[in-house]
Design a protein around this ligand. Sequence first.
Ligand code: GDP
Ligand code: MG
Length: 163
Amino acid sequence: MLPLVALVGRPNVGKSTIFNALTRTRDALVHDQPGVTRDRNYGVCRLDEDNPFLIVDTGGIAEQEEGLAGATARQARAAAAEADLIIFVVDARDGTSSLDDDILAWLRKQQQPKVLLINKIDGTDEDTVRAEFSRYGFSEMLTISAAHRQGLDDLLDEVVQRL
Ligand code: GDP
Ligand code: MG
């Protein structure tokens, strides 16, 4: 069995774009509208030929506990719970948010290793973004632009090292 990496984060931060970039597919639905990925979506990342891993794209963990958003959030938590590594995806443009704070509180209770992945770094001031997210207390923060395929190599290195 390949090791499993879960992409977790609130809707619209770019999880599906990252999934597609890593699996080189367009299987995951990418959309401007938050909450498009409702189910779990598994794919294999073989960008590092010697160290393939499974990756699961999840719907965003939303605030609501009821209805579709609540069901999506439960799916995301279930996917994260079975993962060997959790990638917490946040949005460089939006900065920290109360929903990110909530997800982080939940993540802290999970045993697995976690990585903070700041997406959409394109067009932002990286130092300012890093300073903003430093309060989340991750020893290492990765910055990428999934849409521009920037930073994927460093992300792969980090993932492979942690698995
Ligand atoms: P998800 O809800 O977390 O799966 O987010 P999506 O992957 O569906 O992306 C949400 C929106 O963000 C889409 O319009 C993407 O094109 C856009 N997006 C994703 N990655 C980037 C990025 O690196 N930079 C910019 N500027 N936009 C991005
Ligand atoms: Mg999605």
